[in-house]
Design a protein around this ligand. Structure first.
Ligand code: SF4
Length: 215
């Protein structure tokens, strides 16, 4: 077996190992509609999914759809989202994107990446989360801080920016598994491959990880 084939086999074993460790990976944000997922994902920036899930039930009871949220002001939303951080910016973004959804998309969340990233406060990662989890569409690969760290440590993709890492991962992982592998890397990052103290001694991927014991 040549070096390229050996590397391909190693990547396959890493992906199989993630499947074995996390056979049913799911989005950790609670939502019932694409709009709710869009809002929850905007709120999750520099926060945690757990924290967001604590505030969204009351927020969605007050504003269940884009039409209702578009008719509020950021000041109305702030008391609901104060604990998630960056709440002033996020409140402005949520009202702004709701107004654009009403003005341009009949109050519905659009199903294309280009239309989503044109909304205020919606970056590429947020758009990919919504497309994958609300519409089952893999147009891109969700790259957050966990995915960036794990992709580098596992020797899957190196790059300075999330966009650069996303491009490599999109070439490496079959498209129908982009959402799944992204969730699995995030879960493995949270459970085992911590940013500061990875538990390599307990890691099921260690035999195929070039960073084992050296981080
Ligand atoms: S062996 Fe260590 S560095 Fe590699 S994925 Fe596992 S925990 Fe992370």
């Amino acid at each position: 077996m040549g070096p390229a084939a050996m590397e391909n086999a190693r990547v396959e074993r890493v992906l199989a190992g993630l499947d074995a460790a996390f056979p049913d990976p799911r989005c950790a944000l609670d939502f019932r509609t694409p709009f709710e997922l869009l809002v929850a994902t905007v709120l999750s920036a520099q926060s945690t999914d757990v924290r967001v899930n604590l505030v969204t039930p009351a927020l969605f009871a007050r504003c269940p759809d884009a039409v209702t949220m578009a008719a509020t002001t950021p000041e109305v939303l702030v008391p609901f989202i104060r604990t998630v951080g960056l709440f002033n910016n996020k409140a402005r973004a949520l009202v702004g994107l709701s107004r654009q959804l009403v003005a341009l998309h009949g109050g519905e969340v659009p199903t294309s990446l280009d239309a989503l990233i044109a909304l205020p406060g919606v970056a590429r990662k947020t758009a990919n989360v919504v497309l994958q989890n609300a519409f089952g569409r893999n147009e891109g690969f969700v790259v957050d801080t966990h995915v960036m760290r794990l992709a580098a440590r596992l020797g899957l993709a190196a790059g300075r920016t999330p966009e650069a890492i996303e491009r490599v991962l999109m070439g490496l992982v079959p498209q129908d598994r982009w959402d799944r592998v992204s969730h699995q890397l995030i879960l493995h990052g949270r459970a085992t491959c911590d940013a500061r103290r990875p538990a390599c001694g307990e890691c099921s991927l260690a035999p195929d990880c070039p960073s084992r014991g050296s981080v």
